[in-house]
Every structure is written in structure tokens, then in C-alpha cells.
Design a binder for this molecule. Structure first.
Ligand SMILES: Cc1cc2nc3c(=O)[nH]c(=O)nc-3n(C[C@H](O)[C@H](O)[C@H](O)COP(=O)(O)OP(=O)(O)OC[C@H]3O[C@@H](n4cnc5c(N)ncnc54)[C@H](O)[C@@H]3O)c2cc1C
Ligand code: FES
Length: 270
């Protein structure tokens, strides 16, 4: 679909939010709302350079006709996006993929994000605080330094207990956010962690560490994976990752765009 830019602002050097509007952009095909963890493929401008759309996660659903993305200028595609101004048109496909599962019995969500990984987790926090009053949440947000800890204030404003960590100690605890997560679970585990689930998105080493911790404590971990994508709709096999096939005791390739991007971390061949 062709959508229109409503707002495109640089939050800090190289990091932007863009609001995009088009009729029904915040809805899935069946007319139900896009869910946290889903993504869109976006292409700035009609030119063939770059040829392919780029994937960005739903950051906030503003209305049925308007969605927000949080993005980092990484290369050519996102640089072109960053130059669009209100009123410009943009080619968008989505929402795509599967969102964060919220199976029956979940009582406490641990939301763990690093850097730009906070993008889909904000949509999850919106969903929990607006629509799932039966679920409590705690957020663990890490970044290189204070300015790269994105969204922490917003999580706190929602009433979510929020912990931060920075590598240089300029905000929260000095070190990795995974240490704080470990301390938190360790401190609370005597009360029982049944009904807890960890939702993670961020740098690959952080995801590996969170997955190992979840396994150690016996807590479910749903993680949003990244991969270079060409089509975004399951047609090119360009985005595959290794996932365990428990039935046959082997590993198989799964498409991040179509089978994910959210996976059970325990299934991933890290
Ligand atoms: C499901 C999904 C959701 C995503 N959501 C967001 C989001 O909400 N916000 C955001 O800022 N980014 C997100 N990304 C990453 C984003 O798609 C890439 O940064 C973007 O495609 C880079 O395109 P480019 O043309 O600007 O850079 P390119 O010129 O294509 O690449 C520049 C650099 O970025 C690396 N890169 C390219 N694609 C990816 C990728 N998919 N993952 C990791 N590194 C990549 C390249 O290896 C290269 O080093 C998401 C990726 C996926 C798969
Ligand atoms: S990007 Fe083409 S199959 Fe996933």
C-alpha cells in the first residue's frame, strides 16, 4: 500500500521516529489490530535504489489508520527514510509475521530490550498496560550510554517497574542489563516464577544471554529475531535461521519473516 508520512523526527543522532498513515495500516487482513512483534516492510520513494523494502517493527499503533516506527539509520534504505518529510509517500507492506505470544496463564511479563531492540517491546508494553490488566510487567532496558536507553521513561509512565543499565554507568547500573535481570529473577524466585515469561529483543549476544538465563530458571522466553530480509513474505528463503525440530531431534531452517520474527528462544540454534 502507499502510505503518507505524518511525522519523521530525529530523537538523537541517527535515531528517528516516523508516523505513517494509510487506511487500515494498523489492521491485519481480517480487520483485527496489528499485534506487538509484527513488522512492516518499508521502501522510501519510488526509485529502485535500494531495490528492496526494509523491515521495521511496529513500535506503536496510533490508530487503525496510523502506526509509528522507531528506527536507527543503518545504511542506504533507512537513510532515505530519514529524509522523508510530512506529506511524502512511502511504499509499505504489512503488518507481517507473528507477534509475541501471550498464552493463557501468563501473569508476569519481563520485558528485556537493548538499544533499538526496544522498538517492538514498546508495542508490547502498550498492549499489556492498555488491554491486559491481569498481567504485571517489569522492564529491563540497556544501552551503551544514557542517550541510547530508549523508552525507559515511557515504560515508567505506564506504571511498569523499569530497570536500566548502561555500559558506561551514565544511567542506571553500570554493566549489562542481563545482570540486573538475573538479580531480579534470583531475588523473586522463592515466591515462584510460574506464569512468568520473558520477552526479549536487542543485540544478538544479549538475546543469547537472556535465553540461557531463561533456561536456567525454567522461564519461557519469546525472542524477536533479526535477519536480512528481501521479500518479507516467505517467498525468497533469504531470512532463514536454524531452529530445533524436537520431533526428529535435528535442526531445520525457519523463515524469520513468516515463521517469526518472534520465536521460542529455547528452539533457536544459537
Ligand atoms: C523483523 C525485523 C524488524 C526490525 N525492526 C527494526 C526496527 O524497528 N527499527 C530498526 O531500526 N531496525 C529494525 N530492523 C533492522 C532494519 O531492518 C535494518 O537496520 C535495515 O533493514 C537496514 O537497511 P539499510 O538499507 O538502512 O541498511 P543496509 O545498507 O541494508 O545495511 C546497513 C548495515 O545494517 C545491517 N543490516 C541490514 N539489515 C539488517 C537486519 N535485518 N538486521 C540487522 N542488521 C541489518 C547490514 O548488515 C549493514 O551492516 C528490523 C529487522 C527485522 C528483520
Ligand atoms: S525475507 Fe523472503 S522468505 Fe523471509
Amino acid at each position: 500500500m502507499i502510505a503518507r508520512i505524518r511525522k519523521n523526527e530525529e530523537l538523537l543522532e541517527g535515531y528517528f521516529i516516523v508516523d505513517i498513515e494509510a487506511e487500515g495500516i494498523g489492521l491485519r487482513k481480517a480487520g483485527r489490530p496489528a499485534v506487538p512483534g509484527q513488522f512492516y516492510m518499508l521502501k522510501a520513494g519510488p526509485s529502485t535504489d535500494p531495490l528492496l523494502r526494509r523491515p521495521l517493527s511496529l513500535h506503536r499503533k496510533l490508530s487503525d489508520d496510523s502506526v509509528r516506527f522507531l528506527y536507527r539509520r543503518a545504511g542506504r534504505g533507512t537513510a532515505l527514510l530519514s529524509r522523508l518529510i510530512p506529506g511524502d509517500e512511502i511504499d509499505v507492506l504489512g503488518p507481517l509475521g507473528n507477534g509475541f505470544p501471550m498464552p493463557a496463564g501468563i501473569k508476569h511479563a519481563l520485558i528485556v530490550g537493548g538499544g533499538i531492540g526496544i522498538a517492538p517491546l514498546m508495542a508490547l508494553a502498550d498492549y499489556i498496560s492498555d488491554e491486559r490488566k491481569d498481567i504485571s510487567a517489569a522492564a529491563f532496558i540497556g544501552g551503551r550510554s544514557r542517550e541510547y536507553v530508549l523508552g525507559a521513561d515511557e515504560f515508567s509512565r505506564k506504571g511498569i517497574e523499569t530497570f536500566t543499565a548502561t555500559e558506561d554507568g551514565s544511567l542506571g547500573k553500570k554493566g549489562f542489563i542481563t545482570h540486573i535481570l538475573d538479580e531480579y529473577i534470583h531475588e523473586h524466585k522463592h515466591k515462584g516464577t510460574g506464569g512468568w515469561a520473558i520477552y526479549s529483543c536487542g543485540p544478538h549476544p544479549m538475546l543469547i544471554s537472556v535465553a540461557a538465563m531463561a533456561k536456567k530458571y525454567g522461564i519461557k522466553n519469546y525472542t524477536s529475531m533479526e535477519s536480512n530480509m528481501a521479500c518479507g513474505i516467505g517467498a525468497c528463503m533469504g531470512c532463514v535461521i536454524g531452529v530445533l525440530d524436537r520431533e526428529h531431534g535435528s535442526s531445520v531452517y525457519k523463515k524469520v519473516c513468516d515463521d517469526g520474527p518472534v520465536f521460542d528462544a529455547d528452539d533457536i540454534v544459537w
